[in-house]
Design a protein around this ligand. Structure first.
Ligand code: GLN
Ligand code: ZN
Length: 752
């Protein structure tokens, strides 16, 4: 049995399959088109493909249990039996109970879905109470381990570590005041000791426990609890060797705690958290713990500067007896394979590495560094001149503070109301209407060359006309064009802006079966032509009600793209902002009275350490204001934000200075209204009254109740009525029914 960690590994690999096979299989299962056995068969094939790929690439330590039908945090919840009672009562099969937790069913809303650290991946929030019974149920990890063993491939099962699991969990409704799931750490660690025993019995030599929560600020008590937890796990007699992986930043004070616990291997993110090197340097040579050096960026798509990486490795070798090469985080966050890209500029391809290529980088690095075999490829070539645009730099340099300031809110509100004449509690939606098969089919036809631009245009216009007619019929006050022409809210702009490249197959899992294809920002950003004006003005021509122009904000465009790393993020954000500023002015000039600039990712890219947050929020807010301050006072600027835990960004939401902010609220039961008011926000606000992440239709009474609780906090003249988010992932049946309830509830509350 091998006791050494190995020289090369990755922390995880994409599970969606090279052609999004998992998405299709899971959605077929949900729709009843295939049964459980077919779904399992596709999943097994995908896992086998990943393991073989990793082994054949020459990686010598291979993870398993990184596959998931939906989410690895949900998988870990199941592995410790933390299935809330309300789902057990449904009496469904294990798989359907799992999907019920993920997606909700008629009787029960899903678990809360939230961002995975500073990524665009979303996990399901476990619910843990003081009495939640925790028990070892590692069937999935054991199954994958056995499957790989059967194929002759030794793997290392991966689970979310107990401390991070609890820090990501939320207290079950009705838990006593002051209870935190983290209070259950000792209980949970006992469950992990059993899981470790079961894995050891099944032949696992190593286990990977992910503890990324410790790259965020933690109290000394939390760090002590982490040390105690791993000291306990290390003391378990019958167990695999323990590899604790951290990622997305530096461990700082948690680093000595984990070394004190004498874990067998410790993974450090030396891309985002390279200051951990100094921490290590302060401690004498590490022995007995393999340092797994995250040298290849798992969160971006640029080729690794292998020279720089080997310099870090050399430093590390002086600080620790045993060092292995790895990725900075799971490769879940990058597309599968660059060789599937057929349309990219060769000068760009030369600079890129997707998951498959990053595995090769890890292997090449480890071979050169530990065996002296081969040579490192030459350094990355500098950025070609053709990717730069001096006029963009000059224009940004000329921007002054007054370019990012609008008139006083009271003047704006009066001018806007005079023009818009809206009732109290105006009803609206967040922008997108369902993306139907017909729409996706039209785009596929264009790609295949069977539908020309005029034909595509015609189909989109027909859809817009239908969506406008539907909203008129439903009685909504502020309409949208429905975004049928947008494959994705960032990709759509990426395809039209200069300095952006689109991939054809660069899919990355966002949540469950939903995948996105982030564009690549490789050069200076320009706007060759108006991007949305034709669609918005067409929609406005069909109705006398105001139609909102719909743009994606600079922070979100950056967050959901792969961004160049050769200049500060703030500069790239401001370049995008200038393009959007021009778009806002063009929309205004074309008669659009309301423009919504979505920033759902504002919270998402917030640095995990408080010390880094102010600088981020300053440039984030600055770029939004630069984008939105070029219009007249009488043009109403909306913004939209998703995900309910805003915490430290609440003051920034106020600082965006939007006239109206629509915000996810239904899962957090309107708490956001008090929080925003406390942060000084006193402009228009639309708390989401319908959780659109599941197909469940809210009853009219539910919406009425939500609105009644909202009007008790926010005066009716500032309150808007809208769903939590866009409707693109929903079907028309539930959309019509839900919006009917929403409009009726608004009428009911207006009248009372
Ligand atoms: N306007 C977008 C939509 O409705 C907003 C989506 C989002 O917030 N993620 O789809
Ligand atoms: Zn949203």
């Amino acid at each position: 049995m091998s006791t050494t960690f190995g020289r090369s590994t990755v922390l995880g690999y994409p599970r969606i399959g090279p052609r999004r096979e998992l998405k299709r299989a899971v959605e077929d299962y949900w729709a009843g088109r295939i049964g459980e056995a077919d779904l399992h068969a596709t999943a097994a094939e995908l896992r086998e493909g990943v393991w073989r790929t990793l082994r054949d690439a020459g990686l010598d330590a291979i993870p398993s249990n990184t596959f998931s039908y939906y989410d690895q945090v949900l998988d870990t919840a199941v592995a410790v039996d933390a299935v809330p009672e309300r789902f057990r009562h449904l009496g469904l099969s294990a798989l359907d109970t799992y999907f019920a937790m993920a997606r909700g069913v008629d009787a029960e809303p899903a678990l809360e879905l939230t961002k995975w650290f500073a990524t665009n991946y979303h996990y399901l929030v476990p619910e843990i109470g003081p009495d939640t019974v925790l028990a070892a149920n590692p069937a999935k990890a054991l199954g994958e381990l056995a499957e790989a063993t059967e194929l002759g491939i030794t793997t290392r099962p991966v689970l979310v570590g107990p401390a991070t699991f609890l820090l990501l969990a939320k207290a079950t409704d009705g838990s006593p005041e002051g209870f935190r799931p983290f209070d259950r750490l000792e209980d949970l660690v006992e469950v992990y000791t059993e899981i470790l025993g079961a894995l050891a019995d099944a032949g696992a030599e190593w286990v990977q426990l992910d503890e990324p929560a410790f790259v965020a600020d933690r109290t000394p008590a939390e760090i002590d609890a982490l040390r105690a937890a791993y000291t306990r796990l290390v003391a378990v007699e019958r167990r695999p060797r323990i590899f604790v992986a951290s990622y997305f930043g530096a461990l700082d004070d948690a680093l000595p705690a984990l070394l004190d616990a004498r874990v067998d291997a410790l993974g450090l993110d030396l891309v985002a958290g390279s200051r951990d090197l100094d921490r290590l340097a302060g401690r004498g040579t590490v022995s007995g713990t393999t340092i797994v050096a995250g040298l290849v960026d798992g969160h971006n798509i640029w080729r690794t500067d292998l020279g720089a990486a080997s310099a870090i490795y050399a430093t590390l070798s002086g600080l620790a007896d045993d060092v292995a090469v790895s990725t900075s985080c799971s490769l879940l966050h990058v597309p599968v394979d660059l060789t599937a890209e057929t349309d990219l500029d060769p000068a760009l391809v030369e600079r890129l590495a997707f998951a498959r290529q990053k595995v090769d980088e890890v292997v090449a690095l480890s071979r050169v560094l530990t065996d002296g075999v081969g040579a490192l490829p030459s350094a990355l070539p500098p950025m070609p001149d053709a990717w730069r645009d001096q006029t963009v730099h000059a224009r940004l340099d000329a921007m002054r503070p007054e370019h990012s300031r609008r008139g006083a809110y009271t003047d704006r509100a009066a001018a806007q109301q005079e023009r818009l004449q809206l009732p109290p509690l105006p009803t609206t939606t967040i922008g997108s209407f369902p993306q139907t098969d017909a729409l996706r089919h039209a785009r596929a036809e264009v790609r295949a060359g069977r539908l020309d631009a005029a034909g595509y245009d015609e189909r989109m216009r027909a859809e817009i006309a239908d969506v406008i007619a539907l909203q008129e019929r439903l009685g909504l006050d502020v309409l949208v064009h429905g975004e049928p022409e947008r494959n994705d809210m960032v990709q759509y702009f990426g395809e039209q802006l200069g300095g952006f490249a689109a991939t054809v197959n660069g899919w990355v899992q966002s949540y469950g079966s939903r995948c996105v294809r982030p564009p690549i920002i490789y050069g200076d950003v320009t706007r060759p032509a108006a991007m949305t004006v034709a669609w918005s003005t067409y929609a406005q021509s069909l109705t006398s009600k105001p139609v909102k122009g719909m743009l994606t904000g600079p922070v979100t465009i950056l967050a959901w793209s792969f961004v160049r790393v050769d200049q500060p993020l703030a500069d790239t954000a401001n370049q995008v902002a200038l393009a959007l500023r021009d778009e806002c002015r063009d929309l205004e000039a074309a008669g659009i009275r309301i423009i919504q600039v979505d920033e759902p990712a504002l919270r998402e890219t917030l640095p995990l350490r408080r010390a880094d947050q102010k600088a981020y929020l300053d440039w984030a807010v600055g770029s939004f204001r630069l984008a939105t301050s070029g219009v007249a006072d009488s043009t109403q600027i909306h913004t939209h934000l998703c995900y309910s835990e805003f915490g430290e960004v609440l003051p920034a939401i106020d600082a965006l200075d939007a006239d109206v902010t629509s915000i996810e609220a239904s899962r957090s039961k309107m708490e956001i209204l008090d929080d925003l008011a406390a942060a000084g926000y006193s402009r228009g606000i639309g708390p989401g009254v319908w959780d659109i992440h599941s197909p469940r239709v809210p009853a009219q009474d539910e919406v009425t109740d939500a609105l009644r609780s909202a009007v008790s906090v926010v005066p009716a003249e500032r309150l808007w009525v809208n769903p939590d988010c866009g409707l693109k992932t929903r079907g028309y049946a539930e959309v019509e029914a839900s919006l009917e309830h929403l409009v009726a509830a608004a009428a009911e509350v207006r009248g009372s």
